[in-house]
Design a protein around this ligand. Structure first.
Ligand SMILES: CC(C)(COP(=O)(O)OP(=O)(O)OC[C@H]1O[C@@H](n2cnc3c(N)ncnc32)[C@H](O)[C@@H]1OP(=O)(O)O)[C@@H](O)C(=O)NCCC(=O)NCCS
Length: 150
């Protein structure tokens, strides 16, 4: 099995439980089965990274007119810190360009330093704050709204 970069592909409705497992490992407040099913069966876009048959990460996006919204970006725990989050994010930006989406927006927990570093290094800038947007372990947590031009 190669450990260079994952092969990019797409998730389907059959991947609901693989995504759910990863959500529960990687996020304090994971997407529910219902949210994942809605996303996979609805009009969201996704990109996923595979090592052979093993799902190692994914991104969910939504596009509207000339904007894309990154709804979720996750690299599974054993594979974090290898540059694969950056790789997947670049693939999302490339997908946005392909679809003529000139802006890519996302929301990130103010306290998620790792994700904020990743986004800032990829050229995202904070364009807004949603106060108390997320549930947190000690009360609500702000969301930073970030935008990059693709
Ligand atoms: C956030 C996440 C997607 C990053 O993916 P990753 O593969 O671990 O990150 P990468 O190895 O690609 O690193 C990309 C950048 O993240 C930052 N980063 C990585 N590890 C870090 C750490 N331990 N602390 C702080 N910043 C870190 C760095 O800026 C790094 O860039 P650099 O290598 O040029 O220094 C991944 O860790 C993850 O899925 N975390 C849990 C879910 C989550 O928080 N998702 C984002 C929600 S908005």
């Amino acid at each position: 099995m190669t450990c260079q970069f994952p092969v990019l592909g797409q998730l389907t409705a059959a991947d609901v439980f693989r995504v759910l497992d990863m959500e529960r490992r990687c996020h304090l407040f994971p997407w529910t089965e219902h949210m994942i099913r809605d996303s996979l069966e609805g009009e969201h876009l996704n990109l996923a990274g595979f090592l052979e048959d093993l799902l190692v990460g994914y991104a969910f996006m939504m596009s509207a007119l000339d904007e894309m919204h990154l709804l979720s970006l996750t690299i599974d725990v054993p594979w974090q810190g290898r540059g694969w989050g950056r790789y997947l994010l670049e693939a999302v930006m490339e997908r946005a360009r392909t679809l003529d989406c000139h802006s890519l927006f996302l929301e990130v927990r103010a306290g998620n330093a790792r994700a904020r570093n990743l986004y800032e290094r990829a050229g995202f800038q904070v364009v807004g704050v949603r106060r108390g947007y997320y549930p947190g372990m000690a009360g609500r947590e702000d969301a930073l709204v970030m935008r990059a031009f693709t």
